[in-house]
Structures are given as C-alpha cells and as structure tokens.
Design a protein around this ligand. Sequence first.
Ligand SMILES: Nc1ncnc2c1ncn2[C@@H]1O[C@H](COP(=O)(O)OP(=O)(O)OP(=O)(O)O)[C@@H](O)[C@H]1O
Ligand SMILES: [Mg+2]
Length: 367
Amino acid sequence: MRLRDLKLTNYRNCEDLELNLDSNKILIIGKNAQGKTNILESIYILSALKSPRTANNVELINFNSEAAEINANLLKSNTDIELDYYYSREKKRELRLNKVKTTPKNFKTVLKTVLFSTADLLLLRGNPSDRRDWLDRAISQIYPAYDDRLSKYDKIRIQKNNLLKEYLKTGSSNDTLLDVYNEQLVIAGSNIIYLRKKFLKEIERIASEKHRIISETEALKIEYDCGFLNGESELEDIANAFKLSLEERKQEELRRGQSCVGPHRDDIIFYINGNEATKFASQGQQRTVVLALKLSELDIIADKAGDEPILLLDDVLAELDDIRQNYLLKSINSNTQTIITSVDTILFEEEFLKDVKIYKIEDGHIL
Ligand SMILES: Nc1ncnc2c1ncn2[C@@H]1O[C@H](COP(=O)(O)OP(=O)(O)OP(=O)(O)O)[C@@H](O)[C@H]1O
Ligand SMILES: [Mg+2]
C-alpha cells in the first residue's frame, strides 16, 4: 500500500498543503510547531477516523475556518483509490471513497497505518486504557468486525451502568433487565477477550524475538491481565468464566453503581526476564519493548491484512539510542512506505538519506 498524494485544507495550521508522497521513504523536516505531527495525524485519521491526540475533531479545523479537509490518493493492490475526509464546526462529517459518499466502516478498511510517536514510548508507564487502545486499534485493522464488537459491548455497558445508577438512586433493581444486559455483555465481551488474547500471543511470539535481538539477551513475555481468567483461552471457557464472575459480583456492582468486571477493565502486563516491566524496567528497557511491539504490529498487519501498512514515525528516532535507531531503520522493509518526521537530518546516515524524499515544512507550508 502506498500513499501518493496528500492534500490538507484548513487542517490545523495547514491551510493549503499539498504533498507528493510517491516514494517509499519520506522525511519531513521542520522546527518545532511547524506542522510535522499534523501531517502524520491527518494520515492516521484517514485510517482510523480518530485522532491519536484528541477525541474532539473540531480541534482539527483551522482556527479561522469552518471545516477541515483531508484528501489522499493511494495505490492499493495495483488499484488507485481516492479518500476524502471532511469535518465541519457543526460536527458534520463526510467521507468519500472514490468520490462517492461512504460509511465509516467502509472508509476505515482502506488505509492501514502503524503510528509510532514519542507518546507511544510511554505505553508501559501509561494507563491501562492506553494499552487497551493500542491493542484494540491493532486488532481492528486486522479484523474490521472487531470495531463493531467493541462498540456493541460499550453500548450495552453504558445501558447497564445507567440501570445500576438508577438502582443507587431508587433502591429498586430491575433484575430481569440486568440479567439480559449481563448475558449480552458475556457474548460481546468474551469475543473481545478471545481476540485480544489471540493477538497478544501472536505479537508475543514475534516481538520477543525482536526484543531479544535488540537487547541481546533479555526475554520478553506478554500477558493479558483479566481478573476472572486462569489461563482459559477458548471462547466458550472465557464466556463461562465471565458469566460466573458477573454473577459473583452482581451485589458489588449494584452497591457501587458501576460495571466492575469485563474487558473494559483489563490490562496487558509485560515481563522482562520474568520481572514486571512497568515496575522494574529502566526507561531504555521499556522503549525496547515498545519498539519491538510496534515493529511486530507492522509485521502482523502486513501478514494478516495482506497489504503492507504505512509506517508513520513521529519524532521517535531522536528518543532512541544508536542501537535502537539502527535497528528501527534497518528493520523497515523496503516495501513498507515510511513517513518520518524529525527536527533535522542529522540523525540519519548518508546511506539512508540516499533513497529518501525530503521535505521541509514551515508554518504549515511545504517549502
Ligand atoms: N486547529 C488549529 N488551527 C491552527 N493551528 C493549529 C490548530 N491546531 C494546532 N495548531 C498549531 O499547529 C502547529 C503545529 O503543530 P504540530 O504538532 O504539527 O507541530 P510539530 O511540527 O510536530 O512540532 P514538534 O516538533 O514540536 O512536535 C502548532 O503551532 C499548533 O499550535
Ligand atoms: Mg510533533
């Protein structure tokens, strides 16, 4: 998969920006606050329909404008595809695929991306929700139906929470309705847990190998942390354990007025040589884990989705030491279109820069 052109109109500080991306390696150089991250964010939005930086898409619109637009041409399996994204201050969104209006679901299946930014380097230190978001995003690029399951699960959970809150207020509970919600949560939730565990097993297999190479000796283990599971990995067993846990904790949920068990509470634990990385690993060791994870995510998506995703590297090289920088740059497969942002070219070897298309950005304009 390869992006060919990108056009931003009134998108953040890029009022009118055109970028020819017809190259495998692209480097965008610019001082701080010129629009480098904005460009990568706009590409990410075309693939995920949400920003990695904000949940409020109005922020994407240039301060002086009424609507933002992102237009891109890409080549996928030898076919030219055009994607158009429009978002207005009235929160009206319009998505076009080859100039024809389309649904979010259809739109999202086109472009696959793996974004690796400095914020990702904090994945291990961050909140469980950051780790779940990373996992969910990776899985949904492989199984587009996964997104539906997540939204279904969330919808039922919100309804159940409303019911639980109602109980807190009135003291009377609609037990039948609560049981119905719990049944639905078990169906949607076990599926989510099943796929998350399956994906993590796969990523552990690939990432532990990469991790061993970068660190020379260390062993990486990844565990899905779900309070009610004891090693179960079959869908039916997960469903039974989830059901049992919901029954056991029903009184607690009523008392607290919130859903206390389920995949919205789960986490991922990383171990280096048997020690929990969040607690014991140095900053460099944690970065190695994230680097191995991101590169493995790229491999898995390329393999399962049948097309190389686009790799977006936002300023990460500056944060890695020589060994990790080299490993990252050498691991990038020549088929993977890679768009890198950096403050200057100093970090890159002459050899690497030979095949790279370099752009300079200033105040939202390509020079
Ligand atoms: N809605 C908006 N309208 C206009 N300008 C905006 C909007 N949102 C963000 N900006 C501005 O865009 C500029 C560029 O932001 P961006 O994050 O892309 O910088 P950057 O080049 O990645 O810088 P850094 O090297 O510091 O990461 C910032 O000055 C920011 O204030
Ligand atoms: Mg930036």
